[in-house]
Each structure stands twice: as structure tokens, then as C-alpha cells.
Ligand binder design. Sequence first.
Ligand code: UDP
Length: 523
Amino acid sequence: MGTLSELHFVMVPHPAQGHIIPMVDVARLIGARGPRVTVVTTPVNAARNRATVDGARRAGLPLELLELPFSGPQHGLPEGIEAVDQLTGHELGMFLSFFHATWNLAGPLEEYIRALPRLPVCLVADMCNPWTAAVCERLGIPRLVMHCPSAYFQLAVNCLTAHGVYDRVDEMEPFEVPGFPVRAVGTKATFRGFFQYPGVEKEYRDTIEAEATADGLLFNTFRGIEGTFLDAYASALGKKTWAVGPTCASSTMADDADSKAGRGKPADVDAGHIVSWLDARPPASVLYVSFGSISQLTTKQFAKLARGLEASGRPFVWAIKEAKADAAVRALLDEEGFEARVKDRALLVRGWAPQVTILSHPAVGGFLTHCGWNGTLETLSLGVPTLTWPTIADQFCSEQLLVDVLGVGVRSGAKLPAWYLPTEAEGVQVESGDVEKAVAELMGDTPEAAARRSRAKELAAKARTAMEEGGSSYSDLTDMIRYVSELSRKRSLEIDAMPFAAAELGSNKGEKIEADAALSVQS
Ligand code: UDP
């Protein structure tokens, strides 16, 4: 009889922080149930995530990183550029080359799998990695697509496509999303799907096709907040769909302090220093400000935000990744004296901040966020209400979910991706007075602010329950492991019945994963 530890999952994240972090989390959750899990990535990304994976291994989880060479330089990218957040300055125009370089991982990945003594039970691929479809098809391996944005966003894009709205309306023409479970209003600019841009039509078709042919879909979310959207999406696509998050709320993620602080990348500041700084503040008094790993404000908008935070009079921690490469930002912080003026009540992190360490501290009472889906789930899991400032992609949908559906957010007033606002002056969507007002609204003592805080706490409790044994996300993960194990067993039987295909697969063709193993997964 097989055991869970005989199962092997291969996870293929997209090389961006907002995709690798949740994929590594899911790898840890699967590993905690027994199967061996290999996370496939490139050398730079492997180095960034090694501390987390090593921490998981120390805790006894059968996790490993597989480094595959990245062909960026063959596509004109400088050596060492292997993650989306590194595409700044000159490299920004090389987005497409970057994607094509990731798609070149197919050959080395297939070689790796062919050399294994037995086939993996399942490959879990980020939705941005449609190139994995052909690899899995050739090898007969079940494949799941993992979506890193919300189900709300995926469903909205699906409804807009199905109803032909994208073809019908002008770029800035407001519309209501048809056939959607809640009232959602926006424009094409705020409801664009991944790869739904001119020039990447083939890549877009590939992702849609790879999703349509997948054996199921994984979401980092939970039914307590997104059940309606998940069910509607599953039925629109006719796919098995599992919600296994929010991963950050699982006790499996209750790492030692070091792994938590190094989540996604080693922090550019001593986490212990931040914790001591927060320890000295009253509960729920500090605003945490971060725009995630990619989103950038224009220089003028950055200055308005700085002035607004200063005028708010509240203590804050601000993760300023721009401070590393942007001279104008450094000038504002240093020569123009911003940091000196706020030093008694603000802590500026120049680079990567230990976000979950900060958000989980009781002194933090609000999060000014760009509404990336991971940050959104982290703040929901930790019961921190939000000041929402979306900038691109699915972030406008996360804002709607936080503010309109869940009632835990206050809007900053940002309405469009910055590239829709051609001049520097137009690039300012939120004035410093707006920031000051929104911070007061979020952090203040009004009954509305208190209600937001208490809803945030309720949702955090629900998130934890979903991840505990017997919770909806815990059960969905159990079901997913059972389902793919069974599917893998069936596929390997089919392959055995096809002598030519079996011969082509080589040494690992006939290894069957016992269904018994899957059936012994705890429910
Ligand atoms: N993050 C972090 N420190 C930073 C910036 C981001 O730890 O200084 C983490 C954050 O906790 C989240 C991820 O990076 O897990 C960013 O993902 P999200 O979806 O929020 O935004 P994205 O960067 O993809 O826009």
C-alpha cells in the first residue's frame, strides 16, 4: 500500500514575489500533509526563498527547491534579472522578453521530470505559466492551474469576456459587470485580465487554453469571503476548483521569526528593530504603508503621499522600495528633510520590509495598501483594516472586495492605473489632503471606524478557522490531494495500456502512484 509520502508534487510559480510567496506557502501546506514537494524556479528566485524553504525543512516538511537556468540573456535581458520586480528602468520595456524567457523553462523542466525515478502525482502551475501544459500532456501528468489573484477578479474578467463587454465599450466608459453576484462598476482600465493587452494576444490565448485544459484550479482564498465568486467561476469554467487559503493564516506558516521576516526575500531591515519600535507604541495606533513588490507611484504622487502622512500626525511604518533606485525619492527623504521631520513617529524601510511581521504586531491598526491579493489576504488574516490605493491589474477588484463587499476598507481615491494619466500633474490622483483625511477616517474613533475594526477581527477569525483541520480550506486541500492522486493513478494505467507512449516516456513510465495513498489523506 502506498503512503502519502510517496506522492510527489511539482510546483511551478511565476517569477514574481506575489506569485512565488503563495506558491511556496501552498507547497508547505501540501508538504505538511506528507507528500514531497518540489518548487521549481530560477537561481535568483531560489536564493530569495531559500530561508523559507530551509525553515520548512527544519520543521520536518519534505520540501525542496529546484533551480533551472534562466535564459534571460538570450532574450536581451541583463544577467541576473529573473523576477518581475527587477524589471525597472531600461528593463521595463523587456516584459515580453521576460515572459518568453520564463516559457523557455519548459525544456529543462521536462528533462528533470523524465529523469525522476517515478512520475510526480501532479504539477501545479501558476496561471502565467501556460507552457507547462504541453510538458504535462507529453508526460501524462495531472496539471492544476493556480490563480494568484482573487476569485472576484477572475470571475469579473470571465463575465466581461463572456458578455462581450471588452469588445463593446471604450477604454474609459464605465460599465457594470454583467452576470456578477454583486454590483461591480468599473472601466476596461480597472478590469483588465492578465495578458489582456495589445501585443500579447498569443500569450493571452495560451493562458486561456491552458486553463481550459487543466485538471482543476487552485485559489489562494477562502469560502468565507469568496464562496459565491468561487462557485460561479467553477461553474462558468466547468472545472474542479479548490480554495486552499488564505495560506498566511495557517498554523503551518507560524514560522520561527526568521522565516516570517524573510518571506519572499530577506528583509532590508532588522525585523527585531521594527518589532522593538512597534512594541513602544499603543495598540492599533500605527499605520503600515506598502505598495508591494512592483507598483510604483509617480514622483509627484509619492511626494503628495509623504506630505499627507506627515500631516496625518499618526505613527507609521513605510516600506519604500523606490528608495534603493530612485534618486528623486531619496532626495525627498534626505535633502528635503522628510525622514528627519517624521523621525519621532515614523520608521522608513528602504527596500524590502518584513510585511507579515509588521502586520501581525498589535500596534499596527491600519494598512495603506495597493491591494495586491497577497497583501489583501495578509491584512484580512491578521484583522487589520485597510486604506486602499490600487495601482494596476487585479488591485481595483481587491479594493472593491475590501471596501464594498467586506466593509473593512476606506478608499484613497486612486481610480486608474498611472499609465492612463500621461502628464506628471495628471499622475496625481490623490492629494495630500485626501491622504490626511482617509488616514483619519481609518484610524479614528468614529463608530464607522470601530465597525470596520470589528469586522476585520471577525474575518481574521474566519480565515484561521478555514485553515484549521475541519475548516473549508483545509478540507479543500485534502480533496485536491485525493483527487489528483486518483487521477494520476488512472492516467498511469492508461499509459501502461499504450505501449508506444510508455516506451517514449522511458524509465519512469510505469510507476503507479497507489490510490490507497490518496484515500488515506486525512479529511
Ligand atoms: N512583501 C514583503 N515586503 C515588502 C513588500 C512586499 O514581504 O516590502 C510581500 C507581501 O507580504 C506579499 C507580497 O510581497 O506577500 C506582495 O504580494 P502582493 O500580491 O500583495 O503584491 P504585488 O507585489 O504582487 O503587487
